[in-house]
Design a protein around this ligand. Sequence first.
Ligand code: ZN
Length: 65
Amino acid sequence: MLKKKCYTCKKVFEIDHTDLQYQKIKANPNALYICKKCNQSMQVEAQLNTGLNPDMIDKHTKFLK
Ligand SMILES: [Zn+2]
């Protein structure tokens, strides 16, 4: 179980292996974590704003670190 603060809403979440980002955070504890809720709204926003594929978000967050 990992604890990580959401980059967007600043709430602390417990991340377990069911979380899609668990492996990423475990491999790189300094990686940004964005909770599912924020992730979802970000993806919707990004799609509305740019029409980009939601997969781009994850690539983008790697560079933000
Ligand atoms: Zn959040």
